[in-house]
Design a protein around this ligand. Sequence first.
Ligand code: GLN
Length: 197
Amino acid sequence: MDKLKIGVLAMQGAFVEHEQMLQSLGCDTVQVRKVEHLADLDGLIIPGGESTTIGKLLVDFGLAESVQERAQQGMPVWGTCAGLILMAKEIAGSEQYRLGLMDITAVRNAFGRQVDSFEVPLAIDEVSSEPYPAIFIRAPFIEKAGPSVKILAEHNGKVVMARQGSFLASAFHPELTQDCRIHAYFMDIVRESRQKA
Ligand code: GLN
């Protein structure tokens, strides 16, 4: 089987770190800035950054609809932090642009100003039996999720990771650790979806 080719939306935010992690796992990567870059991707990551900015650039660069189209045709998409916000159908108290791929409501900057960023060992049974070192930076959480959404992790009673089919959302930043387990998990989703196609 050919190598997987995974795109990382490269408008703003932590995209290089995602690429490095994917490459360390043997993946080919593409920095996605134009519609052409989506053409032969097996999967896509929407990185952390500033969700209003990334959303605006998605629209300005004419990428928003093409990403939605590819996703609806079955391309796996994983949003981290700001990316989670862009994956959501609803964003509490905000009309900002979102891709709306997952039946979830995201709350922005949900852990309060006092604890802007922090790291916790997070239990994610679906990914691994050992906790994952999750780094949260002005992170969102998932306030509501529809019946077809599977909750994968919670922190302090707040949902911080979920999956709906081949769409994945995490409120933290796996690309800022040395721990590849979640990238490997996403690659499994991408591999499965390629086998089905
Ligand atoms: N607070 C940012 C937002 O609402 C997300 C932060 C991040 O991606 N680290 O868009």
